[in-house]
Design a binder for this molecule. Sequence first.
Ligand code: DSN
Length: 423
Amino acid sequence: MTHDLAALQATDPQIADLVRAEEVRQSEKIRLIPSENYVSQAVLDACGTVLQNKYSEGYPGRRYYEGQQVIDQVERLAIDRAKAVFGVDHANVQPYSGSPANLAVYLALAKPGDTIMGMALPMGGHLTHGWSVSATGAWFNAVQYGVRRDTGRIDMDEVRDIALRERPKLMFAGGTAIPRIIDFPAFAAIAKEAGSVLVADIAHIAGLIAGGAHPSPVGHAEVISTTTHKTLRGPRGAMLMCDERHAKAIDKAVFPGLQGGPHNQTTAGIAVALREAAEPAFRGYAASIVANAKVLADELSARGFDLVSGGTDNHLILIDLTPQGVAGKPVAQALDRAGLVANYNTVPFDPRKPFDPSGLRIGTPAVSSRGMGETEMRQIGAWIDEVVAAVAKNDDDTLNATAERVLGEVREVTAKFPAPGLS
Ligand code: DSN
């Protein structure tokens, strides 16, 4: 491990030890959670700096604290790079994370009680797109769309029917468990017909869009929301991008509407990640995420797994484990013991509860950052199959033996693929 923890070790050995333990975990295991990644050492460096020490409420050139000679330059660089990478009029790089970013969109463009529309969480949407337990479901009249039973793909007929009936103020396109390309032009046409503002939440696919591996919503969605730490491979943070006409409202909603001082160390990390995303190599990275996901999906399908929508176009695969006679949670727990980290997830029309659902969600952003390819994807598919079969046997000895053996094999593979920021 290269990360210098000498000062931390001297002051707080307990936390230093835990950081090292997490480094080992991230290094030894195969991380398949599709919303996670490995940032570069450069991004890690930017985030661990004295930029942490500065308050900068406001925006570059218009701050409420003096001493912004440096911070203004950092934030301007992040904004300019976001505008260049995504080709947008305006970028706000201050939202603390995805949920606050989406809340800022509501604050900017809707009023409590307004009708808003998003994809239902169990269908693949996000909490903040109006799901009932979220403030966005409580404070707005949320109407929700889903996927077609026969295809597992977003039901654009339903989207149009609901939109024309309900005339939502905001319409969200995007989510957390969508394995297929999102048809932004189709959403835009419906939003126009319904008189809605289309908000593209590209958190999961921002890196694919930046790298040319997924169509961009620019020119279709008036507002674009994204986290920066998923496929985009930046620090934990978020950005809002929009047409010039919404710029003032969006900025005002982020600050002073919702937030205080921006996290300047994160802004610097976002700027570095965007610089990396502008490099030609990032296009290769984005393409490898999709290529790896397709191979892994192919391997799983060949082994009899039921993939929602039949496969993937992006970084994400959603497996319905019902045919295997097991639930997502015990499988995710067994996989973790075997060195393969995924998350259990609802599948569309899931008869089981969200805390014990039928599905397993996996993805390829992190393994692609390690440079893994077709051979490793086929091996991962085989390991998943073996672990699921062991869980299905419902026999502790079989499961223990399988998890132990696979963990050993996983460690042999991960040793050959050093992770960014850890090697
Ligand atoms: N938690 C994120 C994910 O895993 O998809 C969404 O916010």
